[in-house]
Design a protein around this ligand. Sequence first.
Ligand code: GUN
Ligand code: FE
Length: 428
Amino acid sequence: MNSVYIVKGNIIYTSRPAEFAVIPNGYMIVRDGRIAYCGESIPSEFESYPVEDYGDNLIIPGFVDTHAHAPQFCNRGLGMDKELLPWLETYTFPEEAKFSDLDYAKTVYSAFVNELWRYGTTRSILFGTIHKESTLLLMRLLSEAGLSAFVGKVNMDRNSPDYLIEDTDQSLHDTRVWLEEARQFGPLVRPIVTPRFVPSCTSRLMSGLGDLAVEYNVPIQSHLSENHGEIEWVHSLHPDSSSYTDVYCEHRLMGTVPTVMAHCIHLSDEEMERMHETKTMVAHCPYSNVNLSSGIAPIRKLLNHGISIALGSDISGGHDISMAKVLTEAVGLSKMKWAEVDASYASLTLPEAFYMATKGGGQFFGDVGSFETGYEFDALVIDDHELFDPNERSIEERLERWLYIGDDRHIVGRYVAGKLLDEPPMAM
Ligand code: GUN
Ligand code: FE
């Protein structure tokens, strides 16, 4: 793509968590998919280029979902009566087993990709299943849609039902073959090494995956410290390790390549230090934490430890794919932490949560999630005029209202890396 165009509208984004940057009736110059300029008027050297004029609409960065399970898409809103471990056995594992069938995978994954597009999740970090063919299919559908994602073939070789478990050598072999085949998708859709969580991976598998991540220079994702029963189980499986976090470190699954860990609700201070030292990002999943009664992640404390926080829908522990709703829920849950648990945990502000849902998670992809010069142009155009309000509102207030009471019907344009995306097709 060798192109320059200009986008005009009410621009609002967070280059830092403390506040929104707002440019009413502003302009962005997009050159070869990246922002060359963002400001109040068109610099004279760009005056001759075409302008996409979005009038009074809002223009915000695309959303980044840093933790979702694509194969759990049909389980949204089901099985919210259990905690993590029985929930996995009763609802999640039987559903994921169906993805050995490529026809089933195509039906569900095309609907999932359509929904990501619909809700403006331009970048995502996804779990597939243990099945490499259906995971490659998910990558192909994302790529065809023009969406950007890290996608993981999941690894599981212990404590798993016989219908959803791998032999250790086969798991490592399949992961290598999948990493080779995943090269075909290019820079927007990339693989991520994905041990499900410590209880479902033997030491030999975890070490082998740590080595593969370094050999192929791909990032790693997993789950960490989500539920008290899970944490006790990890301690009994690894009595010589000082913590759940240490188990990952000992198997080179943290501290080598970029890593994102979902949840991190019950970490000790020492574990938070390890997270900071190893530059591990946290995917905070507020809906999931509520639905599975997992707890309220101490986000303020993690931030104070210098840990990067991003947000995740955790479909289907979380039931809502909308990152607008996930980010408002993160604000709400942080208020409950402050009110009910510990008043020293200042609740999250809206710009802080918006930052997490855009630039915070976007950092995992490079220069993504902001409208600063050099950033990839991922953007949503929001027409909020149907949200009835006879009052004059600021751009910030209009964004706040849309985040809380708006939905996908108000997203009228979606750009990824400079490309305006059409609606992806659903499989028949
Ligand atoms: N821990 C291990 N697997 C899962 C999963 O599928 N969802 C959640 N929320 N936690 C997990
Ligand atoms: Fe998860």
